[in-house]
Structure formats: structure tokens, C-alpha cells
Design a protein around this ligand. Structure first.
Ligand code: DCT
Ligand code: MG
Length: 397
């Protein structure tokens, strides 16, 4: 129910203006306007601080719908245009109310301005609304909400004339992958978002389990939860073990509802990938974990019929990504897996366009010096790039 506009919507952001405890402008008296110079805003989100305080959700939601539709159409350039614009508006310390407010800002192309203009004038975007009602968009949205289904599979299903998940389930000629079968089996749980409390509970399980195999291992929560989000679509973990390498099976089978282990494809002398959106080569495990949670007694019906409680499902399926990295690459993996995706994209773009360096989740290569730059912390990576440090909760670009 929290899926909207392509990704789980942080329902809390809707109330943030009310419950926010740290107002943005620092030490300004009421009459003072926070100093903000539009023309000084960097086009790279890695040079901006973007908290979860989004004053422009009206616009960014519309942009994300547009971007998603272009993603489904595989128009990468248009998709990125809207994602970059969304990221700039997420960073703005005030709500946009007139066209003048965006004057001088980067990433505000004509297509983007048209959408902003309409929202400023009409309160909503007819283009975004059109997309939401578009048959192809609606189908792709449903299809990609299944774990293991991406744009390519959706395209295939759509071309076969399938339009809904019911159509897909009814089509017995389709060959579903193991991943997709698990995706359908746990569908309801997986589309309902993961809460911070659930993330903490899973974190304990993962840490305890990893600990029994690798007592010295470092387990860190990454992804949206590390950036301070209160809900997510999955929980991302980074695991590293100082000392000798030993990346064997990490989890008790009983809790693992689904596990797809991707073996490490890392070749030592490999130069960082040029692909801006490249996957990394770490051993990883896309898993679905069984989280036991005694359901709150929200129905007196259950308690009055005690013998029926065995029928009640007392657990929830939760998507967990485990990434195992060699200790030397830990900082790079942490930076990459903390995201946001847009922040990561801009870091890599900045490295290559502004510094002649190549950044990925494994390392940073200086093309002029022809060396890999070592880093033991995220701070060191920012320093290598000549960037001011940006805290995880400021990377919600
Ligand atoms: N990432 C990466 N390489 C990949 C996949 C992801 O570097 N092959 C990074 C980008 C963001 C981060 O990992 C976490 O990915 P998601 O879980 O998809 O994003 P999220 O920000 O955690 O969002 P959500 O809250 O929806 O899980
Ligand atoms: Mg995540």
C-alpha cells in the first residue's frame, strides 16, 4: 500500500513539515532569509546536502513518475533528466511556489520546467496524471513490483498481451525464474514496506548469525536505513571480515525463505567499470528472510478462538541484501551501497568528468597517476575526490 510513484513512498515525509525537529536555516532570526544562491548550486548531488526534508514533494513525486515511465520505455537520458531535477528540488531548503524560485538552478531543462509550471499553476501535472493512467505504465508498475522482475521481463510479458499480475499468474506457459517464484509466493509481504523496527530486528538476526561463523566480522546496515529513512523496500547489509578471507555460507537455513547467492566475479587487476550504473563484483546474497513477529492482537476474533491461532501467520517475509566485501574495499562498498542511487551516480559522474578518476563500489582509480587510491573510510574517499564530506543522512538525493 505504500508503493507509489515507482518506489516505496516514505509516508513520514508527508508529515515532516509538522514534526520536523531540526528546522533547516541555522542561526537566522525570523526576518532573515537563509542565504541561498541558486547559481551556486552544483549540478552534482554529491556536492549538495540532501536530507529527507523534502519541501517539494508535489514536484518530485511527479518527476519520479515521469522518470519511471521513461525507464520503462528504456529512454535513459529522459529518465535521468527527471531524476536529476527531482534531486535538485529535494535539496531546496524551501518550497517552490513560482517559476522565479527555480531561476538559476541546474538541471531545469524545458521538459522539467513545463511540469513545474503546470504544478505551480494548477496544483498538479497533467502529464504525470496521464502516465499514471497509461496502460503500459500501469502494467509495468505491477510487473516490476514482483521481486525478480525487471523492465526486460515486463516488456516480454506486455508484448505477450499480459496486463495484470492475475494475467501473469494465469498464464501457465510462462517460465518463471526461481527468484520470481519466490517473489509471487511472498508478494503481499514484500510489497508492504519494511519498517525501521523490522530492520532493527533483522539486523540483530543477521549480526548474531554472521557472528557464529565469523566472530570478527563487521556487519553494517547500508541503503536507505543508513541514510535515516524510516521505511524501505529491503534491508541492505555489508559484511566484511578483517583478516583471512572466508566467505562461506552465512545463514541458518530455517530463516531463509529464498536465497540467491551471486558468487564474486572480482578480478584483481580489473580497472573500475566505465558504466555509470554498473553492478559490482562482490559476492552477494539476495535473500528473503523470515522475521517472526507475534502479531498484535488487533482482532478479538483470534483470541476468542484460541485453537485457531495456529492458522495465523506469525511472521513476515522481508527482502534482505547481503553484500560481502574484502576488508580493503569496505569503504568503497559502504559508500556505494549507502546510496542514494542518484547520489552514487553523481559521485561517479563527478569523479570521471571533474577529476579524471574512475569510481565504483570496489575502488577509485586515478587515470592520470595510473594508480588505485586506497581508502579506509568514506571520509578518505571524499578527500581523494576533493569533495567536502557528506554525511549518510545528507545523501538522500
Ligand atoms: N547499489 C549499488 N549497486 C547495486 C545495487 C544497489 O551500489 N548493484 C546501491 C545504490 C543504493 C543502495 O545500493 C541500496 O539500494 P536499494 O536498496 O535499491 O535502495 P535504498 O536507497 O536502500 O532504497 P529502499 O529504501 O527502497 O530499499
Ligand atoms: Mg534498500
Amino acid at each position: 500500500a505504500c508503493m507509489e510513484a515507482g518506489r516505496p513512498v516514505d509516508s513520514e515525509t508527508k508529515y515532516r513539515l509538522v514534526e520536523q525537529d531540526q528546522p533547516l536555516p541555522l542561526n537566522t532570526s525570523e526576518s532573515e532569509v537563509p542565504s541561498f544562491i541558486a547559481s551556486k548550486v552544483s549540478q552534482y548531488s554529491c556536492q549538495r546536502k540532501t536530507t529527507l526534508n523534502n519541501y517539494n514533494m508535489k514536484f518530485t513525486d511527479a518527476f519520479e513518475i515521469m522518470a519511471e515511465n521513461y525507464e520503462y520505455k528504456e529512454s535513459e537520458i529522459l529518465c535521468l533528466e527527471f531524476l536529476r531535477a527531482a534531486s535538485v528540488l529535494k535539496f531546496l531548503p524551501f518550497p517552490v511556489t513560482r517559476m522565479k524560485d527555480i531561476q538559476g538552478l541546474p538541471c531545469m531543462g524545458d521538459r522539467v520546467r513545463d511540469v513545474i509550471e503546470e504544478i505551480v499553476e494548477e496544483g498538479e501535472s497533467s502529464r504525470a496524471k496521464e502516465v499514471l493512467n497509461d496502460e503500459r505504465y500501469k502494467s509495468f508498475k505491477q510487473f516490476t513490483s514482483v521481486f525478480g522482475v525487471g523492465v526486460k521481463t515486463s516488456e516480454k510479458w506486455y508484448r505477450k498481451g499480459l496486463r495484470t499480475l492475475e494475467d501473469v499468474k494465469a498464464d501457465k506457459t510462462l517460465k518463471l525464474s526461481k527468484m520470481q517464484k519466490a517473489g509471487f509466493l511472498y508478494y503481499e509481504d514484500l510489497v508492504s514496506c519494511v519498517s525501521k523496527a523490522e530492520a532493527d530486528a533483522v539486523s540483530l538476526i543477521v549480526k548474531n548469525t554472521v557472528c557464529t561463523f565469523l566472530p570478527d566480522a563487521l556487519v553494517t546496515i547500508t541503503g536507505g536505513f543508513r541514510r535515516g529513512k524510516k521505511i524501505g523496500h529491503d534491508i541492505d547489509f555489508l559484511i566484511t571480515n578483517p583478516g583471512p578471507r572466508e566467505d562461506d555460507e552465512l545463514l541458518h537455513k530455517g530463516l531463509l525463505l529464498y536465497c540467491d547467492i551471486i558468487e564474486s566475479t572480482f578480478a584483481k587487476e580489473q580497472i573500475p567499470s566505465r558504466n555509470i550504473d554498473a553492478m559490482d563484483n562482490y559476492q552477494k546474497c539476495f535473500a528473503i528472510l523470515k522475521l517472526h513477529q507475534p502479531r498484535a492482537d488487533n482482532s478479538s476474533y483470534n483470541t476468542s478462538k484460541k485453537f485457531d491461532t495456529a492458522e495465523v501467520k506469525d511472521w513476515k517475509a522481508i527482502r534482505v541484501d547481503l553484500v560481502i566485501t574484502p576488508f580493503e574495499q569496505y569503504a568503497y562498498a559502504l559508500l556505494g551501497w549507502t546510496g542514494s542511487r542518484q547520489f552514487g551516480r553523481d559521485l561517479r559522474r563527478y569523479a570521471s568528468h571533474e577529476r579524471k578518476m574512475m569510481l565504483d563500489n570496489h575502488g577509485l582509480y586515478d587515470r592520470r597517476k595510473r594508480i588505485f587510491l586506497k581508502a579506509g573510510s568514506e571520509e578518505e574517499i571524499f578527500a581523494h575526490l576533493g569533495l567536502d564530506y557528506v554525511e549518510p543522512w545528507e545523501r538522500n538525493a
